[in-house]
Design a protein around this ligand. Sequence first.
Ligand code: SF4
Length: 220
Amino acid sequence: MKNLSKRQPLLNPYEFYTFLLSHFDPQHWWPAETPFEVVVGAILTQQVAWRNVEKAIKNLKSSHVLDPCKISNLPLGKLEVYVKPTGFYRQKARRLKGICAYIFKEYNGSLKRLFNKETCSLRAELLSLNGIGPETADSIILYAAGKPSFVIDAYTKRICERLQLTDDLDYESLKKFFESSIPEDVEVYKEFHALLVELGKNYCKTKPVCKNCPLSGKCI
Ligand code: SF4
């Protein structure tokens, strides 16, 4: 494992990315078998740990309902039971049904047709749907549609501030910062986001564990 020298400055986000990649190895995020599974996971993971999402996805898979048509036709109460491990499950079940209904109404049930849209239009359309904010929209665009839209989350914001890569920026400004600093490459976007999550989960927590962090000595 490499560690950054205290005398070696972090020159730019791309160097930061390559450093994280060499330290943690590729994460190959998002763990899903289909683009629809990514969409479901992106909605269910709001305000909850991924392990809870895994339980809900497992429920949906073992009941053979992880499909936009089946979720649309499922009674709301039954869907709530399947997604209960993710917290706010009533709200999330309604959101899932709403999004599935929208895909059917506007795209004849085809996620592929929705994802054929140009990235900016796709993002605007996703953001217009109930329960889809910027982080969820960008996760869907990047990991389900396979288009370049950098995902910002709480870990990314915190790490950037602690590393003094950026000031306290809002979501869109931080997204622009990354997108203007690294190659517009879907695989790089996917991996960089996953690596930032890895750093945040293991070291750069609310109460940071700086002692063993590979970036020890680089932060305020
Ligand atoms: S050294 Fe500390 S503050 Fe900096 S990234 Fe690591 S855990 Fe976060």
